[in-house]
Design a protein around this ligand. Structure first.
Ligand code: ATP
Length: 326
C-alpha cells in the first residue's frame, strides 16, 4: 500500500474532478491512501492538503472546475520552491504523486523529480488539447461544445445583421480548438498558426475573400473562428481591418473563460475516468516520470520530457481536419 498525493495544476478544465474521483477510487481499491494537495504546486509548498476518501469524491464527476483548486505557482521555477515541495512530500511520507494538468505542470513535475525520489505520474488535463502523448486531453471535449454553442449564437446576429464576426477561441499556441469549433460551426474561415505561413499574404487573401463573399449577393453572414495568439493583431484589430477592407461592418467577440468552465460532457468524464484508473495501474507497476494518455484508442504512457514536443503533432492534427473544409 502506498501514500499517494494528487493535485490539479495550470488552467482548470472540465473533467478534472472526474479524474480526481477516478484516481481516488482506484487507489482506495488497491488499499492505497490518497491525499489531495490544494491549489496546484502551492499545496505542496504550503503543506496544504486533505485526505481523500470515497465520500470526498462522491457527487463530483459532473462538476466543472476542480475540488482541489488549481493555480500557477511561480516558486516552482526556483530551487528553493522545489526543495520546499520535495521536503513536504518527504514529511508527509508520500510515495507517489499524481499531477493533473498541462505540459507546464509536467515541466514542474520533471523539475521536482530532481529533488524527490518518489514516483510521479501525469494526467493530461487542459482544454487546449496541446499535449504530445495523448490524442485528447481532459476538458477539450467540453470546451469545443461550449465554444460551439457560443459561435452558433453569434451566427444568429451575424446573419440577421449581415455582419462579419471574428470569434476568438482559446488554445494557447495550439489551433485545435479553433479548428474543431470552426469545422463544427460551419465557419467561413478558421484562423490558426498551423494554417498560416505568411501573415501579410494570408490577411490580404482573407480581405479579398470577405469582400467577394459580400459581393456575391448571397447576403449571408461571415464567421471567422480565430485561435488566440494566431496573428500579430488582435481579434478586435482584425475586425477593424475587415471593416476597412471589405466595407462590411465587422465585429469581434472573445469567448474567453467561458470555455474553461461548465459541466464536463460525456467524452471528458469517460477520458478522465480511464486515465485516472490507468495512472494508478501504472503506479502499481512502478511507473515514474511519465504521463498517461490515449493514442489511437489505446492507453499509453509517454515520458514527461516528450509531452511538450507538440509542433508536428498539432500541425498534423490541423492538417487532417483542414482536408474536410469546403
Ligand atoms: P494550461 O496550459 O492548461 O494552463 P499548464 O500546466 O501548461 O496548463 P502552466 O501555467 O504552464 O500551465 O504551468 C503550471 C505550473 O507548473 C506553473 O505555475 C509552475 O508552478 C509549474 N511549471 C511550469 N513550467 C515549469 C518549469 N519549467 N519548471 C518548474 N515548474 C514549472
Amino acid at each position: 500500500s502506498k501514500r499517494i498525493a494528487v493535485l490539479t495544476s495550470g488552467g482548470d478544465a472540465p473533467g478534472m474532478n472526474a479524474a480526481i474521483r477516478a484516481v481516488t477510487l482506484s487507489a482506495l481499491s488497491h488499499q492505497h491512501q490518497v491525499f489531495g494537495f490544494l491549489s496546484g504546486y502551492n499545496g505542496l509548498i504550503n503543506e496544504h492538503f486533505t485526505e481523500l476518501n470515497a465520500a470526498s469524491v462522491t457527487d463530483i464527476i459532473h462538476r466543472g472546475g476542480t475540488i482541489l483548486k488549481s493555480a500557477r505557482c511561480p516558486q516552482m521555477h526556483h530551487t528553493d520552491g522545489l526543495l520546499q515541495a520535495a521536503n513536504s512530500l518527504r514529511k508527509c511520507h508520500i510515495d507517489a504523486l499524481v499531477v493533473i494538468g498541462g505540459d507546464g505542470s509536467f515541466k514542474g513535475a520533471q523539475a521536482l523529480a530532481e529533488h524527490w525520489s518518489g514516483q510521479i505520474i501525469g494526467i493530461p488535463g487542459t482544454i487546449d488539447n496541446d499535449i504530445n502523448g495523448s490524442d485528447e486531453t481532459i476538458g477539450f471535449h467540453t470546451a469545443i461544445d461550449t465554444a460551439l454553442g457560443c459561435i452558433d449564437k453569434i451566427r444568429d446576429t451575424a446573419q440577421a445583421f449581415e455582419r462579419t464576426f471574428v470569434v476568438e477561441v482559446m488554445g494557447r499556441d495550439c489551433g485545435i480548438i479553433a479548428m474543431e469549433a470552426g469545422l463544427a460551426s460551419g465557419a467561413e474561415q478558421i484562423i490558426c498558426k498551423e494554417l498560416i505561413d505568411d501573415e501579410p499574404q494570408f490577411l490580404q487573401k482573407l480581405y479579398e475573400q470577405v469582400k467577394a463573399n459580400i459581393n456575391n449577393d448571397a447576403g449571408h453572414s461571415y464567421v471567422l473562428v480565430m485561435a488566440e495568439h494566431s496573428l500579430s493583431i488582435s481579434a478586435e484589430q482584425l475586425a477593424a481591418q475587415l471593416t476597412e477592407h471589405s466595407g462590411v461592418e465587422s465585429r469581434s467577440a472573445i469567448l474567453g473563460y467561458v470555455q474553461r468552465g461548465g459541466a464536463p460532457v460525456a467524452g471528458d468524464r469517460i477520458l478522465a475516468t480511464q486515465l485516472g484508473c490507468s495512472a494508478i495501474e501504472h503506479l502499481n507497476a512502478g511507473a515514474d516520470g511519465v504521463m498517461v494518455g490515449v493514442v489511437n484508442n489505446q492507453l499509453k504512457t509517454l515520458a514527461f520530457e516528450h509531452t511538450s514536443d507538440t509542433q508536428q503533432r498539432n500541425r498534423d492534427f490541423v492538417a487532417r481536419l483542414k482536408r474536410f473544409r469546403r
